[in-house]
Design a protein around this ligand. Structure first.
Ligand SMILES: [Zn+2]
Ligand SMILES: [Zn+2]
Length: 69
């Protein structure tokens, strides 16, 4: 007898490491980072990411937060 249960796709967020904002961490604040900026070389939260609205920051390359910096 075979049990043909459909294979569930593995959920990959079982152990997601939270990446904190590097700028906030310096002030002893733990804020979850939303982006990593390759030019600032920092993980940044929503608040700190806002500096990128300003000239000089606008062309920074940003990707998803990066663990283990
Ligand atoms: Zn921050
Ligand atoms: Zn930047």
């Amino acid at each position: 007898m075979t049990t043909n249960r459909p294979i569930q796709p593995k959920v990959e967020n079982s152990e997601v490491e939270i990446i904190w904002c590097d700028a906030c961490l310096k002030d002893d604040q733990r804020v979850e980072a939303i982006v990593y900026c390759h030019d600032c070389e920092k993980n940044l939260c929503e608040q700190c990411e806002m500096i990128h609205q300003f000239p000089g920051y606008k062309n920074h390359r940003r990707t998803r937060p990066k663990p283990g910096l």
